[in-house]
Design a protein around this ligand. Structure first.
Ligand code: F6P
Length: 511
């Protein structure tokens, strides 16, 4: 019998505790007067309460021990110092360094200067008109972060902002039909400068412009390129460089944030950085895993995913300004940790990222909460509440009503609702863990802190699952096959096209 490593002994004990807690009346845990005190952390702008996770102190102690045995904190420090943590691409992951006050990325300062100039009107279109509209043309990490932040902060004080990510004709026409080519600035945002959707949208836009301006118009001011491959741009248009060690889904903190700085001003963009830095300070200065929020969230995710075998993890913002947060976190979590090959090149034999999904609340309560409360699926949830509504006195009641719903839903997920008098079809089992995040105000600082917290949780999970959170080889296969299918559709090239695919395409083309 081989001697189990300390780490494996902890895993075995966690399984034993899962059986123990499965028989526990969770209402007793809720009634424990010490539980909230032991199960929350309050930072400057953020309260995080995990008292409705399916854990008690012995389990929390074991999870902390697992974090220590796995040296997760030390991994985060290595990442923050710029060590190579992305072995398949031989790169560091420098998003933390990117937002430090001593960042070496000169392009960030160029971006801020450019954004300031555009807002002051020092840059204008070919006919001398100021820019009234700015279109961010990008997809994935070159779009999701910028648009999520834009929708969250809302009170823009600059040009109208638009986001074009999809190459579908309807997306193009919806945006371009409302624009004046003389006063529109286009940001072509692509780290690789090789993403079909973005390059084809840029090509389409350039043609759209050429059809609407005089033949001798100088369009150089109308296009700014944000990329890690500046050599791809051969004309005299402005290029802002993104360091290649900044992953697309981590690129908000680089020149990829140009559209945010234009929309809200350099000061608000720098507040986003400051909020993330405040979270970095917490994470990198808190060596005690029991009080390190990123490690806490990662260990709870390991408990849910690898011990309780949850299949999905929900992001439930109770504020419509965070409507794009679930989509942003889908890429951050699932493109980082949706992996099945370990850093040693071997198949893993444990679950890695759950399916991340969600939606704004309380809308979801009228859509999918039936499944959450009486379905057969195992899940965990992050419930995110903001409290600034109370600042307008007439909103205080609705502010409290929203909070009441968030807490009630979390409680029912946890403890169910077994009214003994209720017939079986009304019973709710519960036993789903959720964490409540309360932002005392939704602003650039608190949003930056929240984003950084999720980034550190994701990196911690990648280390715990022994996978590389910073590459994304899985997305390449689909792109290559799409090129083959496109070649068949347009040029009849049949290699790599199986009969069923060819038959389907023939059928569609005849419609
Ligand atoms: O295909 C996935 C992906 O590479 C993401 O990782 C990235 O954020 C997105 O596509 C866009 O890539 P780029 O910024 O290079 O256009």
């Amino acid at each position: 019998m081989t001697k189990l490593s300390k780490r494996d002994q902890v895993w075995r004990k966690l399984d034993e505790h899962a059986h123990r807690i499965s028989d526990l009346d969770l209402n007793q845990l809720l009634a424990d007067k010490k539980r909230f005190t032991d199960s929350h952390l309050q930072l400057e702008h953020l309260l995080v309460d995990w008292s409705r996770q399916i854990v008690d102190q012995p389990i929390v102690d074991l999870l902390n021990q697992l974090a220590v045995e796995s040296r997760v904190y030390q991994f985060l420090l290595r990442m923050s110092r710029g060590d190579q943590v992305n072995d398949t691409e031989a790169r560091a992951a420098t998003h933390v360094q990117q937002r430090s006050l001593h960042t070496s990325d000169q392009s960030l300062q160029s971006m801020l200067n450019l954004a300031g100039g555009i807002r002051r009107g020092s840059l204008c279109g070919h006919s001398g008109k100021l820019f009234t509209d700015v279109v961010n043309v990008g997809i994935g990490g070159s779009h999701l972060g910028p648009e999520m932040v834009y929708r969250a902060l809302v009170q823009r004080r600059g040009p109208r902002i638009h986001f074009l990510s999809n190459a579908h004709p309807s997306a193009r026409s919806e945006i371009l039909s409302a624009l004046n080519p003389d006063s529109t600035l286009f940001i072509v945002a692509s780290k690789s400068y090789g993403t079909f959707e973005t390059l084809d949208n840029a090509r389409f836009i350039r043609q759209w412009m050429n059809e609407r301006v005089p033949p001798d118009a100088d369009l150089a001011n109308h296009f700014i390129h944000v990329t890690s491959n500046p050599d791809e741009i051969t004309n005299n248009e402005t290029v802002l460089r993104v360091p290649s060690s900044i992953g697309g889904r981590f690129s908000l903190w680089s020149a990829m944030g140009l559209v945010i700085a234009i929309a809200f001003g350099v000061d608000v963009y720098q507040d986003l950085h400051a909020g993330a830095r405040s979270m970095d300070h917490h994470v990198f200065e808190t060596t005690d895993v029991a009080h390190n929020l990123a490690l806490k969230l990662a260990m709870l995710a390991v408990w849910n995913t690898n011990v309780l075998n949850t299949e999905s993890h929900l992001i439930l913002p109770y504020d419509p300004r965070l409507q794009l947060l679930p989509a942003y976190l889908q890429q951050l979590e699932m493109e980082s940790n949706g992996k099945s090959i370990s850093r040693d090149g071997e198949p893993v034999n444990w679950h890695t990222s759950p399916i991340v999904w969600g939606g704004i609340e309380t809308d979801g309560q009228h859509a999918y909460h039936q499944l959450l409360h009486q379905g057969t699926r195992k899940y965990s949830a992050d419930i995110i509440v903001t409290r600034s509504n109370g600042s307008q006195k007439d909103n205080t009641n609705i502010d409290d009503w929203i909070l009441a719903n968030a807490v009630a839903q979390s409680t029912v997920m946890f403890a169910g609702n077994q009214e003994s008098s209720d017939p079986g079809f009304k019973n709710i089992e519960g036993r789903h863990g959720s964490t409540i995040f309360v932002l005392n105000e939704l602003n650039a600082f608190s949003l930056g802190a929240l984003i950084a917290l999720y980034e550190h949780k994701v990196a911690s999970l990648g280390h715990l699952w022994n996978i590389n959170s910073f590459d994304q080889w899985g997305v390449e296969a689909g792109k290559r096959l799409a090129d083959d299918v496109y070649g068949f559709l347009h040029h009849g090239e049949a290699q790599n096209i199986p009969a069923t695919t060819a038959d389907l395409l023939y059928k569609i083309k005849k419609i």
